[in-house]
Design a protein around this ligand. Structure first.
Ligand SMILES: NC(=O)c1ccc[n+]([C@@H]2O[C@H](COP(=O)([O-])OP(=O)(O)OC[C@H]3O[C@@H](n4cnc5c(N)ncnc54)[C@H](O)[C@@H]3O)[C@@H](O)[C@H]2O)c1
Length: 331
């Protein structure tokens, strides 16, 4: 039996595929390549280029690969873009996500691991943020994930679909094979490293008057390999008959934008120019996870919690792939 990994040619998906293969699992990847890279997948992994909302394709994959479970990464994931193009986000992430669920249920698949996000919480009422925190997304990206979470709860009640919804905080870092290569890049660490390499003239720092020790926004960075590991544990949980869960994935530690830049200067030994920009609307001052539930239920704790280790891994990947993945292999 195989595990369907949607969005497996993307950043977190490709690292999870790598880990699944290392553990001897059979995987099949579905990705539209709207943001992913064919070259992020090792040769020999069954790959379908298509949309998760393509019901016939999902049913075909289920027939051809005897699916046991689905790990659903595929989504558009830029907060700013979701504000200017909300319908695109609702269609791609929520509507297509529902069609995926419909097809999987029809195919008899009852195990589902979902890439959710701390964006479902919106502006936090308390830090660190526990899973019981009210879900009040502040943008269409967060809402599109929230709708999927609601649908999953009802699919559990109606069809016995068991799910683990993993609410990631900020994914960062790389493995030797797989790293972060987005166009455009909106994440801080890859942009800091692009500035270190002189690929962009400076790192924009949005806001210097937040109520944080140095005035810049604080985020919880989690190594992508640790995220991938949590997916395997979630799968084990479901295989052992565990019930549906919502789990935060973070280190529980926050780093400010200036701390990230300072650490990246130490790791790279390079000058990293920065420039102050105004705050971005809807950017909370601090987002830090309370991830104790994932530790208690899955035995999961980050193996690489240190910011310098995370940045070092991303830097190594960037030096080895200064232009990112080979683009000609897409498609
Ligand atoms: N990167 C983070 O820090 C972060 C944080 C919280 C949640 N997430 C979630 O994790 C998941 C993976 O994030 P990522 O950073 O790896 O993003 P990514 O853009 O690198 O990967 C997403 C992949 O999904 C594919 N895709 C998108 N829509 C599709 C569709 N309709 N059908 C088929 N394929 C489609 C893209 O081509 C891409 O390969 C996303 O669901 C994202 O919302 C990411």
């Amino acid at each position: 039996m195989s595990i369907l990994v949607t969005g497996g040619a993307g950043y977190i998906g490709s690292v999870t595929v790598e880990l699944l293969l290392e553990r001897g699992e059979r995987v099949v990847v579905l990705d539209s390549l709207v943001r992913g890279h064919r070259a992020a997948l090792p040769d020999g992994v069954p790959f379908y280029q298509g949309e998760v909302g393509d019901r016939d394709l999902i049913l075909r994959i289920a027939r051809e690969h005897d699916l046991e479970a689905c790990i659903h990464f595929a989504a558009l994931a830029y907060v700013g873009e979701s504000v200017t193009e909300p319908i695109r986000y609702f269609v791609n992430n929520a509507a297509q996500g529902m069609l995926l669920l419909e097809a999987l249920i029809e195919a008899g698949v009852r195990r589902f691991v979902f890439s959710s996000t701390c964006a479902v919480y919106g502006e936090p009422e308390r830090i660190p943020i526990p899973e019981e925190h009210p879900r009040r997304p502040a943008n269409s990206y967060g809402w599109s994930k929230y709708f999927m979470e609601r649908a999953l709860e009802d699919c559990d009640a109606a069809y016995g679909l068991k799910f683990v919804s993993l609410r990631y905080f900020n994914a960062a870092g790389a493995t030797e094979r797989c790293g972060e290569d987005h166009e455009p890049e909106t994440h801080l660490i890859p942009n800091v490293l692009a500035a270190a390499l002189g690929r962009i003239p400076y790192v924009p720092v949005f806001g210097n008057d937040y109520p944080t020790p140095d005035g810049t926004a604080v985020r919880d960075y989690i190594h992508v390999r640790d995220l991938a590991d949590a997916h395997l544990r979630a799968l084990t949980w479901l295989r052992q008959g565990g019930g549906s869960l919502f789990l935060n994935l973070g280190s529980g530690k926050g780093y400010s934008v200036l701390e990230v830049i300072r650490t990246a200067r130490e790791v790279t030994g390079r000058e990293i120019p920065m420039r102050w920009e105004p705050r971005r609307p809807g950017d909370p001052a601090r987002l830090v996870a309370d991830a104790r539930r994932a530790e208690r239920l899955l035995g999961w704790t980050p193996a690489f919690p240190e910011l310098a280790t995370i940045i070092e891994s991303a830097w190594r990947w960037r030096l080895a792939h200064p232009d990112g993945y080979p683009k000609h292999q897409a498609g």
